[in-house]
Design a binder for this molecule. Sequence first.
Ligand SMILES: Cc1cc2nc3c(=O)[nH]c(=O)nc-3n(C[C@H](O)[C@H](O)[C@H](O)COP(=O)(O)O)c2cc1C
Length: 174
Amino acid sequence: MKILILNGSPHLKGPTSDMAMAFMKGAEEAGHTVTNINVAHKHIRGCMACEYCREKEKGVCVQKDDMQEIYPQILSSDMIVFASPIYYFTLSAQLQAVIHRTYAIDIPANVKKTALIMSSGSAYVYGPAISQYYQSIVEYWGVENAGIFTANDKMNMSQEKRDELYRFGKSLQG
Ligand SMILES: Cc1cc2nc3c(=O)[nH]c(=O)nc-3n(C[C@H](O)[C@H](O)[C@H](O)COP(=O)(O)O)c2cc1C
């Protein structure tokens, strides 16, 4: 499979990235092709709701920022992994911007499954993010949820979490 990780953490060595990289290692060892994009280090503006993509040029976003390199990656992937720290009970603004900007391409026809990786300070803070993920991605795109992984407090940067994500990547079929 062609797998795309959209990592919304600004910390390239933080727990979100740590889990994403462990997943990537396992998935690559299982023979998948994995691309990781640190979207928090890209220049991606919020959707302007101009409707250009729907009314003028179907599927084309009028904003010529770094999202232009991400659109083809999303469209050509079989699986997308969303990775994010929890900010105020939901996904980071940087990852939210990417999700909102998929308005231009709407449902990516090639994507068959998705997963969600989240890191937080506290436990029991994932409800809004999981709800958004299910409604906006899994149900709206009509894809399979391959897994939801969380780490908080002492589990952040732990070998146990790393192993869990590695095993998940390694177990992926297709
Ligand atoms: C702006 C901001 C908002 C945050 N909001 C929450 C929150 O609502 N609940 C929580 O448990 N942790 C919250 N945190 C803590 C982060 O989720 C936590 O430090 C996480 O491990 C960061 O992951 P990262 O270093 O991989 O980006 C917040 C951190 C920041 C900077």
